[in-house]
Design a binder for this molecule. Structure first.
Ligand code: GCU
Length: 611
């Protein structure tokens, strides 16, 4: 049932927001792929010359001057005013900002081109062109024909490649990438992160048989005695068999393919549940007559009981840290397994059992490495700050990104929270918009905690600040960001305050933090010094000890310093937000060790309590 819902939402959202990609193919690492990563040639096109004529009218598909059409002159007199040559190349995957100084602040269109040869191994197979992510808008053309358009800078998408377009040699793949910001996009105009543009994640050709496994789900029922799931085929022949195997559990379940979605339920006698202490992953094999997929899945139960978050039946305290998808030492978008291992390795060193992947879905390596390291994950869509909440198309775009995020990652044990937004301003239009998103997320995946970073009501005169954001009615966990001692007052003011909520739900601090320019030493009252940040964390931790019973964790802002066009103090920021506990060279600041020690204490406390 659940899958039907999110397919419906995905198709509806695609229709409204004008996307034309095909349903997302999941677990591409397990498919037959041909990588298109590597050097792509580019043209910078701030005036959209490749897309519009001198009257600024969109060019017709056959227009010889369109940048998606050949750049090879028909003869020596033929006029060509565009072209792709090796001299102008960019690495894919990768943002353009970090690859050449001329791109650092660039916001506009860059045309990418890749020539490739490809012969399908079986003529009747399907061929898909898959993008891990393109920020922000991608228009994709192959051999002069438009395959489709995708909007959204942090989610995967794919287009089917018709046989009529594919050639065995010299396929001319052209992608128009536009990272300009707009008030009616998601995110909108204003973000506290760098607007890295480009084909920022992997590009793969995926060859699949006529009938293939589109998607699947395996989850441990709350009883712990059953694995429930479903398998979705793109198409199937009546009475086609689907086999689900978990060899280590001696499971081999054979079911008949019914409709597009075939449900199954497997009774089990015992299972090693996935957890941060024991991130057990099982090898799973799903197969039909023509397609076989291997997957590693962790089985665990996550639920809310009263005001506690329960993992495998035991209350947990989330020792989190927020992370941007950025490699600080190289000032670039993260995208590789090595990037994920470095960032999540730092979180493990900090004694974290949880990370908040802010403020957008990170690349698939991050959530797969979190599965293997045993780190709980908060994953979110960039409905950030001030979105055009009155615009139905914007809601459709947000739902499309929500569906793409959940479709790609719904088998990841590490992900326990889907978040639909961050610090959006309380008003009726926004409440309705966000309520719709929260309801949609719950419909798409009722097995996880649904939340968002809500607003604090600071108006209350007394020392206890309340979270009474109307969205608190609809979230499973009341999460909020607080910056006592940084944006309001000094660290000495922090312990004069604490927080609660009017909702009888778990309470989670999804952000708090203070800046320190690494190596800047002064007295603790000096803003931007390491001593100020250290003092801030000591006072925050003291305040946490007064939080109410339903306080279930915290996710300070942020693991590492990151680029932001909004941070322009010429001495202490220079285009960086320095709230990181680790600096832009990978060096830990003194505050890192203050939080690390608190987390060691909380780890010990909960292990003692639970055993
Ligand atoms: C906000 C926001 C972050 C931002 C941070 C800050 O809460 O969610 O994206 O970077 O505070 O001000 O540093």
């Amino acid at each position: 049932m659940r899958l039907k819902i999110f397919s419906v939402f995905l198709l509806a959202a695609i229709a409204i927001s004008g996307h034309s990609q095909n349903e997302l193919i999941t677990n591409i690492a397990a498919r037959k792929t041909f990588s298109l990563d590597g050097k792509w040639q580019y043209i910078i096109d701030p005036y959209e010359t490749g897309f519009t004529d001198y009257r600024f009218k969109e060019r017709s598909e056959k227009d010889a001057e369109a940048y998606w059409n050949t750049d090879i002159p028909a003869n020596r007199s033929d006029r060509k005013e565009h072209g792709f040559i090796a001299k102008y190349s960019l690495n894919v995957p990768g943002d353009w900002n970090s690859q050449d100084a001329k791109f650092l602040y660039y916001e506009g269109t860059v045309w990418y081109r890749k020539l490739f040869n490809y012969k399908k191994s079986n003529a009747s197979n399907h061929l898909y062109l898959y993008f891990g992510a393109v920020n922000y808008k991608a228009d994709v053309y192959l051999n002069g024909h438009k395959l489709g358009q995708h909007k959204g800078g942090f989610t995967a998408f794919n287009f089917e490649v018709p046989d009529s377009i594919l050639k065995e040699e010299n396929n001319n793949l052209v992608v128009k990438v536009d990272n300009k910001r707009y008030a009616d996009e998601v995110p909108a105009l204003n973000t506290d992160w760098w607007n890295y543009g480009g084909i920022t994640r992997t590009v793969q050709l995926i060859e699949l048989p006529q009938n293939f496994i589109q998607d699947y789900s395996l989850q441990l029922a709350s009883s712990g005695q059953t694995i429930k799931g479903w398998v979705k085929l793109n198409s199937f022949t009546p009475n086609e068999k689907i086999t689900i195997e978990i060899p280590e559990l001696k499971i081999k379940k054979i079911i008949n393919a019914e409709n597009a979605i075939s449900n199954f339920s497997i009774n089990i006698s015992s299972i090693q549940r996935w957890s941060p202490e024991d991130p057990k992953l099982y090898n799973v094999v799903i197969s039909t007559a023509s397609n076989l997929i291997r997957e590693k899945i962790g089985f665990r139960n996550i639920e809310i009981k009263g005001t506690q978050v329960m993992l495998n039946g035991k209350p947990i305290f989330m020792r989190g840290i927020s992370i941007h998808a950025e490699v600080p030492q190289e000032v670039r978008r993260s995208y590789s397994k090595a990037d994920a291992e470095m960032l999540l390795g730092w979180a493990k060193e900090l004694n974290c059992n949880m990370v908040r992947l802010a403020h957008y879905p990170h690349d698939e390596n991050m959530v797969r490495v979190a599965d293997s390291l045993g780190i709980l994950v908060w994953s979110e869509i960039p409905v950030y700050w001030t979105i055009d909440f009155k615009n139905a198309d914007v809601l459709a775009k947000a739902k499309s990104q929500l569906s793409e995020m959940i479709t790609r990652d719904h088998n990841r044990a590490s992900i326990i929270i889907w978040s639909v937004g961050n610090e959006t301003p309380v008003n009726e239009t926004r409440n309705n918009f966000m309520h719709s998103l929260l309801s949609t997320a719950k419909l798409m995946d009722s097995s996880r905690i649904i939340s968002a970073a809500l607003e604090v009501n600071y108006a209350s005169a007394n020392a206890i600040k309340t979270i009474d954001d109307p969205l608190g009615k609809y979230v499973d966990m009341v999460s909020f960001n607080e910056y006592l001692g940084w944006y309001t007052g000094l660290p000495s003011d922090i312990t004069k305050t604490t927080f609660n909520t009017i909702y009888n739900k778990p309470l989670f601090i999804s952000e708090t933090g203070a800046e320190a320019l690494s190596g800047f030493k002064a007295d603790s009252l000096t803003r931007f010094s390491e001593e100020y940040q250290t003092w801030f964390y000591k006072e925050q931790i003291a305040m946490l000890r007064n939080m109410p019973e339903n306080f279930v964790g915290i996710c300070p802002w942020i693991l590492a310093d990151f680029r932001s066009p909004r941070r322009n103090n010429p001495t202490y920021q220079e285009g960086w937000n320095n709230k990181g506990l680790i600096d832009q060279h990978g060096k830990k600041k003194p505050a890192f060790f203050v939080l690390q020690s608190y987390y060691a204490e909380m780890k010990q406390k909960f292990e003692t309590q639970n055993n």
